[in-house]
Design a binder for this molecule. Structure first.
Ligand SMILES: *[C@@H]1O[C@H](CO)[C@@H](O)[C@H](O)[C@H]1NC(C)=O
Length: 455
């Protein structure tokens, strides 16, 4: 049995290449010097035994060999799926500045930016379908640089693995956020071992160009933070308390019972003294519809007549846009299936208090012939919340006539109906009799009571 081990080897081989992720990330260096200028840049995450592969196409000042002491950036890319579209990466210069919000004042006890933060800084933003992250990088000072590339150390990473959360209407949204920090040190000064620095966490929603603060937290710091909105909760903590970095932390955000008005861009910001990192997430809400057809499961018509209108009820879905109702004929005289003939239209939208909507599709069939007996009609509903094949409900057409129930069947039906009518009549009489009987009995008791009382 040769093929099996070979297959396993191949699968394992694939698995390792998949889990290794890209060795380098192509980026744009964006400079705002009057006009926006874009220059190609790259982040080298891994290298072979012979060192960084040469990149003559890049300015060595924009070819960065990444050192990531906390490992969060490298770990995120190591899990990057091979088939996923390439991430979008952009970088620009960054100047350390204190957080401007009042509630974040407690983060900066010193008046001046510490000397350890001197020098060049780069802000790198990476967005993809798999994650969204932002990184503050410190390139090595000019005199110590290599000729072909630039060493750069990751100081702060802010990362989410759910850049495009799709939440079902009424369910809770959990927007994950992690961050990692490696304090920069002066070359010749020992920084005191003091554990992770204080941090501030901020979650906002961007709506029509306006930011709306939902939650702010400065764990362990005195001072007032604005109250959380919309019952939002965040898990805001460092994962450990080691005296020396790097440290990782968790800023996962939880929003209960999501409604349509909460759709939008969410901005998560981690504030450290003079340093910030921010990622954006796009939250959308959806709800798949329930689909039913009336009349069901049968619709009757005589030859030459129009059957009753078919109504396809598409209820409690979100968003209102993107609904499509198709009518199909399945089976029938020619067999097979196809588009149903007849007049179709959609009713107006009905709004529900939870933000979902309902709508109905109508089908008016043309007059039927006996040959259409047994054909089934289905409405197929397409909506962004449903898989591509949609969701459907069907009804069977019964045509009274020759190819419908046979003469014998009709006689049988007639007789059964006749007998049933008789039975109903008989039951009716019996019921009437029983009621009268009970009534007279009741009257008798009442009368005897009366007579007892009068005694
Ligand atoms: C962050 O906290 C949330 C809530 O406790 C938890 O579910 C999640 O796994 C944590 N994330 C990490 C990366 O530890």
């Amino acid at each position: 049995m040769e093929p099996l081990p070979l297959l396993i080897a191949v699968v394992l081989g694939l698995a390792t290449t998949v889990s290794a992720g890209p060795a380098a990330v192509e980026c744009w260096f964006v400079e705002d010097s009057g006009s926006l200028a874009k220059r190609p840049a790259a982040l080298l995450l891994r290298q072979g035994p012979r060192g960084p592969p040469p990149r003559p196409d890049l300015d060595p000042k924009l070819y960065f060999k990444v050192d990531d002491p906390a490992g969060m950036l490298l770990a995120a890319f190591r899990r990057y799926p091979a088939g996923a579209p390439a991430p979008h990466c952009e970088m620009s210069r960054f100047i350390p500045f204190p957080a401007s919000a009042n509630w974040a004042r407690g983060l900066i006890p010193q008046q001046n930016c510490p000397r350890a933060l001197d020098g060049d800084w780069l802000l790198v933003s990476v967005s993809s379908t798999v994650f969204s992250l932002s990184v503050l990088l410190r390139p090595q000072p000019e005199p110590q640089r290599e000729p072909d590339f630039t060493m750069a150390t990751v100081v702060l990473t802010v990362l989410t693995h759910s850049p495009n959360p799709r939440i079902q209407l009424g369910k809770d949204a959990v927007l994950d956020l992690s961050f990692a920090y490696m304090p920069p040190t002066l070359e010749d000064a020992l920084s005191p071992a003091a554990g992770p620095p204080p941090f501030g966490l901020e979650w906002r929603r961007q709506h029509r160009g306006k930011g709306h603060l939902l939650l702010a937290a400065t764990p362990g710091l005195a001072g007032e933070t604005p109250p959380a909105q919309e019952k939002a909760v965040a898990f805001a903590a460092w994962d450990d308390n080691e005296p020396w970095g790097p440290w990782t932390g968790n800023g996962t955000f939880w929003l209960p019972a999501v409604k349509p008005f909460q759709e939008g861009i969410y901005l998560a910001t981690v504030h450290l003294p003079y340093l910030q990192g921010q990622v954006s997430l796009q939250l959308t809400v959806h709800k798949p519809p329930k689909v039913s057809l009336t009349p069901a499961p049968l619709v009757w018509a005589a030859p030459g007549e129009t059957p009753p209108e078919l109504l396809c009820l598409v209820s409690h879905f979100y968003p209102a846009a993107g609904l499509r109702v198709e009518w199909e004929r399945r089976g029938g005289p020619e067999g097979g299936s196809g588009k149903a003939e007849g007049e179709t239209w959609l009713s107006t939208v009905r709004h529900h208090s939870d933000g979902s909507v309902s709508q109905a599709g109508h089908l008016r069939l043309p007059p039927v012939t006996a040959k259409q007996h047994g054909a089934r009609y289905a409405c197929r509903v397409h909506h962004p919340s449903l898989p591509a094949s949609g969701r459907s409900a069907e009804v069977t057409l019964e045509v009274a006539g020759l190819s419908g129930p046979s003469i014998e069947d009709s006689i049988g039906l007639f007789l059964s109906a006749f007998l049933l009518l008789g039975l109903i009549k008989a039951l009716g009489w019996m019921a009437a009799y029983l009621t009268i009987h009970k009534d007279s009995k009741a009257k008798v008791t009442a009368a005897s009571l009366d007579s007892k009382k009068s005694q």
